[in-house]
Design a protein around this ligand. Structure first.
Ligand SMILES: Cc1ncc(COP(=O)(O)O)c(C=O)c1O
Length: 379
């Protein structure tokens, strides 16, 4: 039986040649030729002031949390329906994650619930652009300005997705991107911190280089480098950057293919959404572009979701649920607290199923998944 994986990482062209080139250039440690090309690509395409490659989006979030200069007990507002790193990065600084519910339509943080979760200890709003669809950034940035808060975008899934013409990750004070092998553009593990406010640029460079002023030393601005601040080793090797640079060249093509697959799924099952058998996210928006990162449907119950996943599995198709909501996780309860009720998060969590989506997926594979989903609901 042919199987259809949930995700399939692929090389898009010059990855291996780039790695050989990096070796020939004689620098495999970070911040060499290919890292600089990746930085330039992100600055040009995403419109961020300073892009810094990191070893993961988790690393980028941890850098952002250090840059926010949080004191123990400071609070960070974020959705519960997200990956652990969004909260963990801030909890590592002693801050308290305050979880807010999500919107029922696109599962992004419900901007209308944020104001009520703000206290005198609130310092940061960390938004997550779920599935590569933008949060309500105008409302969120206005609220942050009103209360003097920083906005960190967890744009792990959102490369090249945009909001009112602005690239995600470049709208808040800082943005964090992932190049993990499940993302649109990959380097196995990988990420980037986007600095959109010059205030943070110098310190970001230091934090990423183990808390040293090595960057200034390499530019000839100081004659030796030393420990000047907190930091860690957040930069990836040139091997990773070389692989990534080859992928970034094809980032638009990858997004277009994933958007096409998304659309094919949508059209393939939307009659079930019309009849109320399943729920789907909005087909599109006038003011934002989604990047086709993931396609999900909401079944009517946990029972139906599990039965559908088993039905697909029996036909060789791998589908997966997503996050365990953080407010109900052991560490979430220990380090954080709920800042709103969690009606939508609790409701959708059991019902969400993600269907396979990856660059190399053929239309025939997509159609086979659609046919299997339809066979389940007809049965
Ligand atoms: C919303 C979100 N944030 C952060 C991450 C962490 O990314 P990374 O694996 O690059 O550390 C992920 C990973 O899937 C994610 O979905």
């Amino acid at each position: 039986m042919k199987t259809i994986p949930f995700n399939q990482p692929v090389a898009l062209g010059d990855e291996l040649a780039n790695i050989a080139d990096a070796l020939a250039r004689g620098q495999l440690a970070g911040d060499g030729h290919f890292t600089k090309l990746c930085h330039r690509w992100m600055e040009a395409r995403l419109g961020t002031k300073h892009a810094l490659l990191t070893h993961s989006c988790t690393g980028a979030l941890e850098m952002a949390a250090i840059l926010c200069d949080l004191k123990p007990g400071d609070e960070v507002i974020l959705p519960s329906y997200t990956f652990v790193s969004t909260a963990n990065a801030f909890a590592l600084r002693g801050a308290v994650p305050v979880f807010v519910d999500i919107r029922a339509d696109n599962l992004n943080i419900d901007e209308k619930l944020i104001a009520a979760a703000i206290t005198p200890r609130t310092r940061v709003i960390a938004v997550v652009h779920y599935a590569g669809v933008a949060c309500e950034m105008d409302e969120i940035m206005a609220l942050a300005a009103e209360h003097n808060l920083l906005v960190v975008e967890d744009a792990a899934q959102a490369l090249l997705a945009s909001y009112k013409g602005r690239m995600l990750g470049a709208v808040g004070h800082m943005g964090c991107i992932s190049f993990h092998e499940t993302k649109n553009v990959i380097s196995g593990e990988g990420g980037a911190l986007l600095i959109n406010d010059d205030r943070f640029a110098e310190r970001a460079e230091i934090i990423r280089e183990k808390g040293t002023n090595r960057g200034r030393f390499l530019r000839g601005e100081v004659d030796k480098y030393t420990w000047v601040d907190l930091g860690s080793s957040f930069l990836p090797s040139e091997l990773v950057a070389a692989f990534l640079e080859a992928q970034l060249k094809h980032a638009d093509a990858v997004m277009e293919r994933r958007r096409a697959i998304w659309q094919r799924y949508y059209e393939g099952v939307r009659d079930y959404a019309k009849s109320g058998t399943i729920q789907l996210p909005p087909a599109g928006y006038d003011d934002r572009l989604a990047n086709g990162h993931l396609f999900y449907l909401l079944a009517d119950s946990l029972k139906t979701r599990l039965a559908l996943a088993a039905h697909l599995k029996a036909r060789g198709i791998n589908s997966v649920s997503h996050y365990v909501p953080l407010h109900a996780s052991p560490a979430g309860m220990k380090f954080g607290r709920a800042g709103s009720d969690m009606k939508v998060t609790d409701d959708i969590n059991d019902r969400l199923l993600r269907l396979p989506i990856y660059y190399g997926m053929t239309d025939a594979d997509v159609d086979a998944v659609i046919a299997a989903v339809r066979a389940f609901f007809k049965g």
